[in-house]
Design a protein around this ligand. Structure first.
Ligand SMILES: Nc1ncnc2c1ncn2[C@@H]1O[C@H](COP(=O)(O)OP(=O)(O)OP(=O)(O)O)[C@@H](O)[C@H]1O
Ligand SMILES: [Mg+2]
Length: 314
């Protein structure tokens, strides 16, 4: 039985501007014990999919299951198997950290949870904040508490929606150590993040969501093989020839272009020279997940635009 199963999930929001289709027939399974990454640009539908799983949003179509429990018809069992760290910082300002954790344990019907609460506080570096009021905590501390709250009932499936947004390097490391340890002990992890380095390092498989559709799903190592294997990087103050600019990733002065072999490198540099432009600090590096990600998103956007244009012409 998969840990998580999405079958043809669609979700439409009614907005003042009309209907917005946030998810379009999303289907995939996450096996028990996997460390799975859900990636995608802002607005792709990641949080919506997680909200459907957590029973916080009702899918317009399709079914979602946690350890075989339908999130609609078998909500309590599904919710119990799930620990969700939400993207938004939501908390009750009147509780202390320990009270909040006790209250959450009570919600799941767990009476004597002190030992596990202490362990959570310790592992997340919160021990000296246990008696602090939630509203006295910094943003990063609140996020740690959200992680502890999600884990208080020892869920089989841990869902983390952007857990490291706005979090310092130290906590990121503590958090990943802790979550990896739980994963090694058998917990399934579903993670969304915009830090692609984290996804590359942690996740065995990745799904890429774009405009509500799964556009790629594969083992991380396989996805990495898909894009150009080498990237030529240089700096310039000049305008690039249009043909190069169209393929390039440009950040300020830094230009990055796929270039798999020496010939491709020579060709690009010749084009730059012929255009009367300069190229400084030239280097060649291995392609990473960000390169793959951008290539796939660009491809998917182009395909969708072509489909829309075709539809308009028909
Ligand atoms: N409650 C809502 N009402 C109307 N539209 C919504 C609602 N929640 C989300 N949306 C829209 O649905 C789409 C998907 O949003 P979602 O929050 O799932 O994206 P996301 O992939 O989590 O993005 P991010 O990386 O920014 O967190 C967006 O276009 C968003 O504006
Ligand atoms: Mg989101």
């Amino acid at each position: 039985m998969p840990a998580v199963s999405f079958q043809n999930i669609s979700k439409t929001y009614a907005t003042p501007k009309g209907e917005l289709q946030a998810l379009r027939s999303v289907s995939f399974d996450i096996e028990q014990g996997e460390f799975f990454g859900l990636l995608g640009p802002n607005g792709a539908g990641k949080t919506t999919l997680i909200s459907v799983l957590a029973g916080l949003a009702k899918a317009t179509g399709g079914t979602a299951r946690v350890h075989g429990h339908d999130v609609q018809t078998d909500y309590q069992a599904a919710r119990r198997a799930l620990g969700v760290v939400p993207q938004e910082l939501v908390f009750d300002p009147f509780f202390t950290v320990r009270e909040a954790l006790r209250f959450q344990s009570g919600y799941f019907g767990i009476q004597k949870n002190g030992a596990w609460i202490d362990e959570l506080l310790h592992s997340l570096g919160l021990t000296d904040k246990a008696s602090a009021n939630m509203r006295q905590l910094s943003g990063g501390m609140k996020r740690r508490v959200l992680v502890a709250l999600a884990l208080v009932h020892k869920p089989q499936v841990i869902v983390l929606d952007e857990p490291t947004a706005g979090v310092d390097v130290e906590l990121r490391q503590t958090l990943w150590q802790f979550v990896s340890q739980l994963n090694k002990q058998g917990s399934t992890v579903l993670l969304t993040t915009h830090y692609l380095e984290e996804a590359e390092a942690l996740c065995g498989r990745l799904a890429l969501l774009n405009r509500g559709e799964v556009v790629a799903l594969d083992r991380t190592s396989q996805l990495l093989k898909r894009a150009a294997s080498n990237i030529l990087r240089f700096k310039t103050d000049d305008v690039l020839p249009a043909e190069l600019a169209a393929q390039a990733r440009i950040t300020g002065r830094v230009v990055q272009l796929p270039a798999n072999d020496a010939l491709a490198v020579e060709r690009i540099l010749a084009q730059v020279r012929e255009a009367g432009a300069s190229a400084d600090d030239i280097e060649i590096r291995k392609a990473d997940l960000e390169d793959v990600f951008l290539e796939l998103i660009q491809g998917s956007n182009a395909a969708q635009s072509a489909k829309t244009a075709q539809g308009a012409a028909a």
